[in-house]
Design a protein around this ligand. Structure first.
Ligand SMILES: NC(=O)c1ccc[n+]([C@@H]2O[C@H](COP(=O)([O-])OP(=O)(O)OC[C@H]3O[C@@H](n4cnc5c(N)ncnc54)[C@H](O)[C@@H]3O)[C@@H](O)[C@H]2O)c1
Length: 261
């Protein structure tokens, strides 16, 4: 396999499970050395061990991206451990299920702070370094929920992912003249622990079984099945790599055909 990014260094947030884990494994296969950041120290250590077992390089970094000093530590760890920093994947995210009239300010604060605010400030820190070195790529994991009201069960999540898309476009416009690219991936329905929790929570509200919620959702996916973390990770790999060199400010869907824009 050709490895145009071999020897380069990426940071992946939320790398302990789900899509973040899949991104970490994929970028390692691409030949990158990785800083794996996650709130769950045990989980992210297991992913780093998987990568080591496959002959790759990764360091597990337990942290909370809500904290400015943790975000700073993440960048410093990449530079002190691997002596370079080429790509940031902002994947960490949270979800809260509640209908529009039941949402409360606690939901708003948590979901907006993790998904929108922390993503913005991780981008800001990374850009300071990348602009100085006149190269770098950032990939933000948004969602099709940022482009459409994919469901009414998580209004704040939808707003937070629209903010990630606005952040992506604005920072792409700003960073382009310095040779730094900023793009987004919009996953649709991907099999992860987050998606399992969503099914359980929606089922609690509707009185259905989680399997029924899932079956109804899958029936709305043109390709007919949920995606795997690797499906989103493949798009991240493309956006981090040189084949996407003429793309910035884009938001690519990995959703089985749900959205066509
Ligand atoms: N699963 C889907 O169908 C789907 C669809 C669209 C978008 N997404 C997005 O993809 C990303 C990953 O989703 P997933 O389904 O793998 O979720 P997940 O809940 O399975 O994993 C998210 C990871 O982020 C970590 N995390 C959460 N808050 C953190 C914090 N404050 N600091 C550090 N780490 C933190 C968690 O510990 C967890 O390991 C999220 O941004 C999510 O919104 C997922």
């Amino acid at each position: 396999m050709e490895q145009p990014v071999k020897g380069q260094v990426a940071i992946v947030t939320g790398a302990g499970q789900g899509i973040g884990r899949a991104i970490a494994l994929r970028l390692s296969l691409d030949g990158m050395s990785l800083v794996l950041a996650d709130l769950q120290g045990d989980a992210v250590a297991r992913v780093a061990a998987e990568i080591h077992a496959g002959g790759g390089e990764a360091i597990a970094l337990p942290l909370n991206i809500l904290h400015a000093e943790d975000r700073q530590r993440m960048i410093e760890t990449a530079l002190s451990t691997f002596h370079r920093f080429d790509a940031l994947v902002n994947n960490a995210g949270v979800q809260r299920i509640a209908l529009p009239l039941d949402v409360n300010e606690e939901h708003w604060d948590l979901v907006m702070n993790v998904n929108a605010k922390a993503t913005y400030f991780c981008c800001q820190l990374a850009l300071k370094h990348m602009i100085e070195q006149r190269s770098g790529r950032i990939v933000n994991i948004a969602s099709i929920a940022g482009k459409m009201a994919s469901t009414t069960y998580h209004p704040i999540y939808n707003a937070s992912k629209a903010a990630v898309l606005a952040t992506t476009k604005t920072l792409a416009l700003y960073a382009a003249r310095y040779g730094v690219r900023v793009n987004a991936v919009c996953p649709g329905m991907i099999e992860t622990p987050m998606q399992d929790a969503v099914d359980r929570e929606v089922a609690r509200i509707t009185g259905q079984a989680p399997a029924e919620v899932r079956a109804e959702r899958n029936a709305r996916i043109p390709l007919g099945y949920m995606g795997d973390g690797a499906d989103a990770a493949a798009i991240v790999s493309f956006l981090v790599g040189p084949d996407s060199r003429y793309m910035t400010g884009q938001a690519l869907n990995a959703d089985g055909g749900v959205l066509t824009y």
